[in-house]
Write a new protein. Structure first.
Length: 264
């Protein structure tokens, strides 16, 4: 009887689901920067020379010393993800300028299109930031992270429409920190060996440190928990055979232990 119970319990464990943690990394489906000042009516395609930045101060362009700017980005969330246990939005800080400041993400409340959006037509957004980070350590070429779990779960539940986020410096219209957009990709460079120094001249200085090839744009990292109802075949087969054997032995033992009735 005990053996049969063990076999039944083993089958029950096989049928029960297990919790599996998944990490999903997304790149933006759309991202761009809109500029104010004398660029207020221009679309991003009209100033492609700054499109590798999500937010940046723009100096000495046209008649404008510094133009205000904001970043816009959207991530497409596939159906069936469900609520997440964590959502981290990462941006790569290209340069700081020793100025720093607090940067926040704001939930957009209206739709926008990368090809047509301008500073004048940029989407409205909720007044309170969904996440803020003070960047004041003066570091360059480093990743920064914001916790955006609440807004992502609002999108996934249908509570809020997913119009993406606005990224902006808080308390000032002139950000001095440069962050990379999805176009900020470093490709490998193929260079020959440096020329030898001329006779009697010192060797050329070492090359400035450059980023290794890779992607340095926005990333949304989702942590999810899902129930796995069907075990992997490799783990299912041995356990299933063991359960059947245990139940079979239990049945055979029970039959052997039953008394044999006398013949008439």
């Amino acid at each position: 009887m005990k053996l049969r119970a063990v076999g039944s319990a083993l089958i029950g464990l096989l049928m029960a689901g297990s919790i599996r943690a998944d990490v999903i990394t997304l790149k933006p489906s759309s991202d761009t920067m809109v500029l104010g000042g004398s660029f207020h009516a221009e679309t991003p395609s009209q100033y492609t020379y700054v499109n590798q930045f999500l937010v940046a101060n723009v100096q000495d362009i046209g008649d404008e010393n510094i133009a205000s700017s904001q970043g816009l980005l959207t991530f497409k969330l596939r159906a069936g993800i469900g609520p997440v246990t964590g959502a981290t939005l990462k941006l790569f800080e290209i340069t700081n300028g020793n100025a720093g400041g607090t940067f926040g993400f704001y939930r957009n409340t209206a739709a926008w299109q990368t090809a047509t959006v301008t500073w004048d037509t940029r989407p409205s957004y909720a007044p309170a930031p969904v996440a803020s980070l003070n960047v004041g350590d003066g570091l360059n070429q480093t990743w920064r992270s914001w916790d955006v779990t609440s807004v992502v779960n609002g999108w996934l539940s249908g509570k809020d429409p997913n119009f993406g986020l606005t990224f902006s410096k808080e308390g000032s219209v002139y950000p001095v920190v440069f962050f990379g957009s999805s176009l900020n990709v470093v490709v490998p460079e193929h260079r020959g060996p440096p020329p030898p120094p001329e006779h009697g001249m010192p060797a050329p200085p070492a090359a400035a440190q450059v980023l290794p090839p890779g992607y340095y744009g926005p990333e949304l990292i989702l942590q999810t928990s899902s129930v796995v109802s069907t075990p992997e075949p490799a783990s299912l087969a041995p356990a299933g055979i063991a359960a059947v054997v245990i139940i079979g032995i239990s049945s055979w033992t029970r039959k052997r232990s039953q008394p044999v009735s006398a013949s008439a």
